[in-house]
Design a binder for this molecule. Sequence first.
Ligand SMILES: O=C(O)CCC(=O)C(=O)O
Ligand SMILES: [Fe+2]
Length: 315
Amino acid sequence: MGLEGYIQLPVIDFSAINNQNPDTHDYDSVKTKVLEAFQEYGCFQASIVGISPELQNSVYDVMKQLFDLPLETKSKNTSTQMFHGYFGNSPLLPLYESMGIDDAYNPEHVENFTNLMWPQGNPQACKHIQTYAKKLWKFDAMVKKMLFQSLNLEKYLNEQAEKTNYVFKLMKYRVPEPNDSNLGLHAHADAGVMTILHQKDVEGLEIQTKYDEWLKVKLSPNMFIIMAGETLNVWLNGRLHVPIHRVMMRATKTRFSLAFFQLPLAGNIVKPMEEMVDDDHPLLFKPFDYGEFIQFYITGGTGIQNYAVKAYCGV
Ligand SMILES: O=C(O)CCC(=O)C(=O)O
Ligand SMILES: [Fe+2]
């Protein structure tokens, strides 16, 4: 029995897996659980080997320092890609603020970011983010490999990695004032491939079930939420569930969270893999360019839809 108002997400234990030797019973059993969780819930929870409670604390301490920097400094976090740089003071999302580091698995990118935020240097902050992002990146690759193997799509692994990139987002939600709504982040499905999310001290993430009920995700400091995005579901021609989620600030404490997104690069065509289309699984999505989709999205095209990608390219 779950707690009232909370979603019971599948928890997958990766600790027994030896990534070097995928021919083991443990590996196969975890692989099956990953596929089932994505099909049924579109997400699951897991702890990540190498991300210790100490590392969690250090990274969240860095985040607190970061968001306390002057707006002028934070605004230096820019990106060529829409929504990847500093975002804040939006009348539509007044509680929300975020910063992003593109391809943060690359230690140099993290160093450039921390040098921009702390021109006098902050080697500790840099090291913590570098270590954390690298672990997330490796974990992301392992999960994707398992999913593709379970569907006999392993041959696409390299290709999909080349056509995508990552953004590591650090997020802050302030406590609503009496006249504010407590909506932290509007309901949406992640448009990209896959997201690894983490919330630490303050709850707020809520997931809509297939039966349209909004349920909270319980805080679990060492657990990450691994979520399918719409692009992954286009590749797999609708084989997965993609969860609609939002953030509600019901607490009286500032909330910090982290997300590691994998996204298609603009200029590449996203379309269902041919093995995923047959008589039993008719084509559900038309090919599209992710860059063009984002342009359409920000100009209001599908902005209000929960499933923005599906609204854009669904058959
Ligand atoms: O802050 C969170 O927990 C969720 C963030 C999220 O859903 C997103 O950035 O897409
Ligand atoms: Fe999201």
